[in-house]
Design a protein around this ligand. Structure first.
Ligand code: COA
Length: 150
């Protein structure tokens, strides 16, 4: 298998966001590839436009991408106040590469980034991957009301 490269982006991922940069800071049509990755493998994040993705990236203090050559094969991001609370969002690995430890790499990289690593509590919401996060040290939270304003 070609080597997989993990990129820890600067807060807001400006290179990916505005120039589509990928490995080696080369133009890689990164935003288009991110849109396709989410459309295909992240059911909750389908149909996001480029301008929406730019907005999400700009508001994320930690962003990680995984590349196999020119192919974007993994992604994850987090928002954080840098001190008390952070939330992981949109962790995804391309379907044909799942189950090889790449999702773990994405989450561990996010948790180690400056905006996250000293935060008191890191939250996430998941529909069917709780077992994955438990393996990474996340625990089921004591029952709390999760409220949503659509
Ligand atoms: C969830 C996801 C990111 C995991 O990535 P991955 O590369 O397949 O996971 P890894 O290979 O790093 O798995 C790490 C460990 O978690 C386990 N694991 C992976 N997915 C799991 C799941 N859904 N439930 C329980 N355990 C899981 C693996 O078996 C592995 O255990 P091991 O170390 O004992 O072998 C990936 O499957 C994915 O993108 N799924 C679709 C999108 C999604 O649901 N994302 C989660 C959003 S909250």
């Amino acid at each position: 298998m070609a080597p997989i490269r993990l990129i820890r982006h600067a807060p807001g991922a400006p290179g990916l966001c505005w120039l589509g940069l990928g490995p080696g800071l080369r133009p890689s049509r990164g935003l288009l590839k991110l849109q396709r990755l989410l459309d295909k493998h992240a059911f909750w994040a389908q149909g996001r436009s480029h301008s929406q993705l730019r907005r999400l990236l700009s508001g994320s203090e930690a962003v990680v991408t995984l590349w196999r050559g020119k192919r974007l094969v993994g992604f994850g991001r987090a928002t954080s106040d840098g001190l008390c609370r952070a939330v992981l969002w949109d962790v995804v690995v391309a379907g044909d590469l799942q189950g090889r430890g790449l999702g773990r790499q994405v989450v561990e990289a996010l948790l180690g980034m400056p905006a996250i690593r000293r935060v008191e509590r890191v939250y996430l919401m998941t529909t069917n991957s709780a077992g994955f996060y438990r393996q990474l040290g996340f625990r089921d939270a004591a029952p709390q009301a999760l409220l949503v304003k659509p």
